[in-house]
Design a protein around this ligand. Structure first.
Ligand SMILES: [Zn+2]
Length: 291
């Protein structure tokens, strides 16, 4: 096995869990999932079952009423992203990779953007096509074959960690992004306080208490980036980080019961205090851009 960030073959097991192993590159520190867990193709994972199990996250997105002020955490993240985009760019072409049911493209479309979405899930893309304006493709980004330098903006909302090969995806994004284009995305932070707490519970119990780790590392997230590893990945793909923020998890995303959500809320407060929040929020530009 080779690290997909630095190509080192020195890979260690970080957590040995009943259903999967969490691995880490000894050279660059990249954390990723290994073994049988990653054998099934991406398209097979994101069927209707995936969306229905996460219905609070995905379907509530669809019924929010921005004009009426009804918004949950994910929508707030999308709005924050749109504000940044609108402060930097006049509306042009925007692509959301891993667009799921098309909520972010729909929001961008309402603000004058010409929107495109790609997702491996046929189920999600059918939903987007039925409900929203825009051009939606199901399958892999590379198979759509967008022209070179086509987009002003590309977004990845909680997608990078789902890709089988993030470097290849970023290289394709760089190809289709204009010279002065921007890439905006969020991804879980491998250095968050919640992960740190789960890590030490696992270590101090000799691996016997693995519930917290299991909640934070699962088969859908194939990679876990820190600010350092994601910066290195972007550089390898020909991007440079222009802005990096850390954000706590919107509670709607936490796959947890009532008591656990309360705990997540408390830990999120601590994460803010220690500046080790759950998610990284990054604005990157092509490394050859003038800005
Ligand atoms: Zn590595």
């Amino acid at each position: 096995m080779v690290c997909r960030l630095c190509e080192s073959k020195e890979i260690a097991t970080r957590y040995h869990l009943p259903s999967l192993d969490v691995l880490q590159c000894r050279q660059c520190g990249l954390i990723f999932i290994g073994g049988q867990a990653v054998a099934s193709s991406l398209a097979d994972r994101y069927t209707d079952t995936y969306y229905e199990e996460r219905s609070a996250y995905y379907y509530q997105n669809c019924v929010v009423d921005p004009e009426g002020g009804v918004e949950h955490g994910t929508i707030k993240d999308f709005r924050h992203g749109l504000e940044i985009i609108n402060s930097l760019k006049q509306p042009g072409r925007i692509l959301d990779v891993g667009c799921a049911m098309g909520i972010f493209p729909a929001m961008a479309g309402r603000e004058g953007w010409q929107v495109y979405g790609v997702d491996v899930s046929d189920f999600a893309i059918e939903f987007a096509k039925k409900h929203f304006e825009g051009e939606y493709h199901s399958g892999y980004l590379r198979d759509v074959r967008f022209p070179d330098r086509f987009f002003d903006v590309v977004t990845l909302w909680d997608s990078l960690e789902h890709f089988e090969n993030p470097l290849e995806e970023l290289l394709e994004i760089r190809r289709i992004l204009k010279d002065d284009g921007i890439l905006l995305f969020d991804t879980p932070n491998a250095d968050s306080l919640m992960r740190y707490v789960a890590h030490w519970i696992y270590r101090l119990s000799g691996g016997t208490i693995h519930y917290p780790v299991r909640k934070l590392y699962h088969v859908y997230h194939l990679y876990y980036f820190s600010a350092e590893t994601v910066t290195r990945l972007l550089e390898r793909a020909g991007f440079r980080v222009q802005r990096l923020e850390r954000k706590t998890i919107p509670l709607v995303k936490a796959r947890a019961g009532k008591m656990e959500k309360l705990l997540v809320r408390g830990l999120s407060w601590l994460e803010r205090a220690f500046k080790r929040e759950y998610e990284l929020f990054i604005l990157a530009v092509r490394e050859d851009s003038a800005s």
